[in-house]
Design a protein around this ligand. Structure first.
Ligand code: PEP
Ligand code: MN
Length: 330
């Protein structure tokens, strides 16, 4: 199934012209629906004759999507500028991998605030490969980080791993992060969705784009205010980076939704030298932002130290992102 969503001010003639062009191109069946003054056209194309992106350029059409009729929320949900952070039109989220101490959180959030970042990250419940590694501070740490975020006028994004922690977390965060290891934890997706909060949904490290969309549909169906998709690298045969940043998979997802799709170059790269290149490539490709791990003293970071950007490097990255957008006029 493919779809065309028309602008609210699209004329009847424009809608009919698009419909005629689709029929001529070989569409098997077209269903038109209207809601809130907008027309949505669902196009059946079992023979695969239609390049729907071409029809996206027709007058009156706002967006053309490869829409699975099962994933209606993902296909039709609106983007919203309230999730801008750092740079207008982008969602740039940054902060430490894990919450450690008050000094650490304050030092990092202070710099993020001065960089214009609105959404900061910091994990309280860390999913670690080994039970002997730093597990994060849990509830007390989340409370502490949210207070510091509030002092700086920042919104906190933090991962929840256990559905039983959602109720507590939503009192302290502005966005719930679902990690790569939890992307298909449907009980967690539903609980997070039921809270009505926005959900930052990392792609499962072995998940297809279709499975990722299905996970978002779970959270949206349960009531999530929005989903921000995050490509954080997938498992491949390649071992020279921690994961393989699948930028084109993320761009393919953007052809199917207006919801934001951002990249996490930190967990893809696994080491700081490749974080900025990954972030810049993502922005240049047209993704809607990045989430980056930063630390005021990377050598002392208790989790993901090798990929933590020092604060000054983050400031340089912000400047480069601005330059890239200006150069490409995106
Ligand atoms: C994280 O953001 O610190 C994290 C654990 O990410 P992921 O779920 O992508 O591995
Ligand atoms: Mn991390």
């Amino acid at each position: 199934m493919k779809s065309l969503l028309f602008h609210t001010d699209a004329t009847d003639l424009q809608v009919k012209a698009a419909q005629r062009a689709l029929m001529t191109a070989g569409a098997a069946n077209i269903t038109r629906m209207s809601s809130a003054g907008r027309t949505l056209m669902l196009v059946e194309d079992s023979a695969g004759l239609i390049d729907i992106q071409e029809f996206g350029k027709m007058p009156g059409v706002e967006v053309a999507m490869e829409a699975s009729s099962k994933n209606g929320h993902v296909a039709t949900a609106e983007n919203s500028p309230i999730y801008d952070s750092g740079i207008e039109g982008l969602t740039i989220i940054a902060g430490p991998c894990g919450i450690e101490t008050e000094e650490q959180v304050s030092a990092i959030f202070a710099r993020m605030a001065s960089e214009g970042i609105r959404y900061v990250r910091a994990g309280a419940y860390k999913p670690r490969t080994s039970p002997h590694d730093y597990q994060g501070p849990g509830e007390g740490g989340l409370e502490m980080a949210s207070e510091i975020a509030r002092d700086y006028g920042l919104q906190l994004v933090s991962e929840v791993v256990d559905p039983r922690d959602v109720e507590f977390a939503v009192q302290h965060v502005a966005m719930i992060q679902i990690g790569t290891r939890s992307m298909q934890n449907f009980a967690l997706l539903k609980e997070a969705g039921r809270s009505g909060m926005p959900v930052l949904l990392k792609r499962g490290m072995s998940a297809t784009v279709e499975e990722w969309i299905g996970a978002a549909e779970h959270a949206l169906t349960a009531g999530a205010e929005t989903v921000i998709f995050c490509e954080r690298g997938i498992r491949t045969f390649e071992t020279s980076t921690r994961n393989t940043l699948d930028l084109l998979g993320a761009m393919a997802l953007k052809e199917r939704t207006r919801l934001r799709v951002i990249a996490d170059p930190s967990h893809a790269a696994g080491r700081r030298s490749l974080v900025a290149p990954g972030a810049l490539a993502a922005i240049a490709a047209g993704l809607d932002g990045v989430i980056v791990e930063v630390h005021h003293d990377p050598a002392s970071a208790r989790s993901d130290a090798a990929q933590a950007l020092p604060l000054d490097d983050f400031s340089v990255l912000m400047e480069k992102i601005r330059n890239i957008r200006e150069a490409l006029r995106i």
